[in-house]
Ligand binder design. Structure first.
Ligand code: PEP
Ligand code: MG
Length: 587
């Protein structure tokens, strides 16, 4: 077996641990015809499997409640109720009475249920498809004797490296930082949801390994290097020592960089670049503020929904938004409305769309589900009393979407007024520029948008027609493609000409080399993952804005992303002597 597996670096840090292999996929089932006299025994076997699944779910629920909270654990309540469903059990037992083995009987009924739910007109029903899939896997695994499946039985300090095909919400809410030292997945890329989450949780991760789950047997010792995207299987003592040294150096480097946390991000010719942080989980806000960020440039509120059985209500959302505002006393906090769908959170996403990234996602879904959207808007208007909240709309392609949101905001204000609740009226409303349509026609939003934020993660995928979550396309996902750079430049120019603030909040901003390019394209605000704040500040403080402009101009006029990278790299080398520290996360 190959000893080195290479994937995509997703969350930095080097750890040594033992593989905990998790096959969370519906197992293959063969058709088995049973004799009449076997029927009672088969029924018994099915009922015992359901009972066992319930016991397991109870313990999973208790564990999720401890690690993630009661709302997140509710997803397992839903699954427990489903297992009690008379219709599922009656139909499975009817098949067994027709001489079909229990596994196949259950498999057929669950496939049918999943299809039925997936086609439902009701979003609430479609949201439950993920739960049905979880049950499908769990009960079949028990019937087939495939053993324990959840990451729940890891004890604190187990130092496990979770290796799995993909992280589903129900797996994610069980992740216990005390027992899981690293995450490795077959699927995903640097900008997919699992990578973003791992960075938020501060767990080193490598994604896009393609077939790690079939190459590893489980229980091997692994070195996982989340900074380079490498896994070393059963490393020698000397290799472990080398990686430990490297981990130590990374830690020292970061400690050194932390000194930059408090300094201003000003270029050598005096241009101030605002560096804000991306916050995914409200609990991250304190650490993000300590990283030296001047506010939050993007809070991804969909993470509040992670693994949940129901949407959080107004009160709960209000509390979470206020929690993020507190550590940023007075600084802007840009809160993006729910971006559910695409590869984000199947709880509200709709996995059975043929093209989820071109589907019912983000602002499209929110406008169609106006009651749900208004709960969020009211919570935001109320939270805005406690700080400088700005509301940001994801995946906008047309001015109509902004107008409709403004109408809903007006209704929300009337409702809050009628309730006698305190709220803020003039909360700035911004538009994400993350589709080519929005970038090309950026001027069409000027009438309604008060600021822009460029979401390069999506802008790159839609411009280059490269799925951001497809590991097979990772090398084709090139943010430095001249087409992308020109769209960013255009957005910066139009914003500047009309005095509107524009920020880049996609992962590109967190990569020092690309942050350099963005400054040169005229961007004066970057929102980055909190760990990258000092890295980006170091670049800003080491170059002049005019030097960055010249480099960006050369990059924009390049014919390929590679040429553009070359233009940027050689100039940075000239400025810094070496580029060893310009960590490239693989974008
Ligand atoms: C983006 O698309 O760049 C972005 C910031 O949003 P997300 O990654 O959440 O889609
Ligand atoms: Mg996006």
């Amino acid at each position: 077996m190959e000893r080195v597996l290479t994937g995509i670096p997703a969350s930095p840090g080097i750890v040594v641990g033992r593989v905990h292999l998790l096959h969370w996929e519906v197992p293959d089932v063969t058709h088995r015809i049973i004799a009449d006299e076997e029927i009672p025994e088969e029924l018994e076997r099915y009922r015992a499997a359901v009972a066992k699944a319930k016991t397991r779910l109870e313990s999973v629920r208790a564990r999720a409640e401890k690690h993630a909270g009661p709302e997140e654990a509710a997803i397992f309540e839903v699954q427990l109720h489903m297992l009690d469903d008379g219709d599922i059990n009656t139909r499975v037992e009817a098949y067994i009475h027709q001489n079909i083995g229990a596994e196949k009987a259950f498999d057929v009924v669950m496939l049918d249920w999943r299809q039925h739910f997936a086609r439902s007109a009701s979003p609430m029903m479609r949201e439950r498809v993920g739960d049905l899939t979880d049950l499908h896997i769990r009960v079949l695994s028990i019937l087939l004797g495939l053993g324990d499946h959840d990451p729940v039985d890891l004890t604190a300090g187990a130092n496990a490296i979770l290796v799995t095909h993909d992280l589903t919400p129900s797996l994610t809410v069980q992740i216990d930082r005390e027992s899981i030292a690293g995450i490795a997945t077959d699927s995903g890329t640097r900008t997919s949801h699992v990578a973003i989450l791992a960075r938020s949780l501060g767990i080193p991760a490598v994604v896009g390994l393609r077939d790690a789950t079939s190459r590893l047997r489980g229980d091997e010792v692994l070195v996982l290097d989340g900074s380079s995207g490498m896994l070393i299987v059963n490393p020698s003592d000397a290799e472990i020592a080398t990686f430990r040294r490297r981990a130590l150096m990374e830690a020292q480097d970061e400690a050194e960089l932390q000194k930059l946390a408090g300094v201003e991000a000003v270029t050598t010719d005096g241009v101030h670049i605002v560096v804000r942080a991306n916050v995914d989980l409200p609990d991250e806000a304190e650490a993000a503020a300590r990283s030296g960020a001047e506010g939050v440039g993007l809070m991804r509120t969909e993470f509040l929904v992670l693994g949940r059985a129901a949407m959080p209500d107004e009160e709960e959302q209000y509390d979470e938004y206020v929690k993020v505002l507190k550590p940023f006393d007075g600084h802007p906090v840009v809160i993006r409305t729910f971006d559910i769908g695409g590869d984000k959170l199947p709880v509200g996403g709709f996995p059975h769309e043929a093209n989820p990234f071109l589907g019912w996602r983000a602002i499209r879904m929110c406008l169609d589900e106006a009651d749900m959207f208004k709960v969020q808007l009211r919570a935001l208007l109320r939270a805005a009393v406690h700080g400088d909240v700005r509301i940001l709309l994801p995946l906008v392609v047309t001015l109509d979407e902004v107008r409709q949101t403004r109408q809903l905001l007006r209704e929300c204000m009337q409702e809050l007024e009628a309730r006698g609740v305190t709220f803020k009226r003039d909360v700035p409303l911004g538009v994400m520029i993350e589709t080519p349509a929005a970038a090309v026609a950026v001027d069409s939003f000027l009438e309604e948008a008060e600021f822009f934020s460029i979401g390069t993660n999506d802008l790159v995928q839609y411009t280059l027609a490269v799925d951001r979550g497809n590991a097979n396309l990772a090398s084709r996902y090139t943010p430095l493609h001249p087409a992308v750079l020109r769209l960013i430049q255009r957005t910066a120019e139009v914003s500047q000409a009309h005095g509107l603030e524009v920020c880049v909040c996609g992962e590109m901003a967190s990569e020092p080399l690309m942050a350099f390019a963005l400054m040169g394209l005229g961007i004066r605000q970057l929102s980055v993952n909190p760990r990258s704040v000092p890295f980006v500040k170091r670049i800003i403080r080491g170059v002049s804005a005019s030097f960055a402009r010249e480099a960006a101009e050369a990059a924009v006029n390049s014919r390929t992303a590679n040429e553009a990278r070359g233009e940027l790299e050689f100039r940075l080398k000239a400025a810094f002597g070496n580029v060893a520290f310009i960590r490239d996360g693989g974008l």
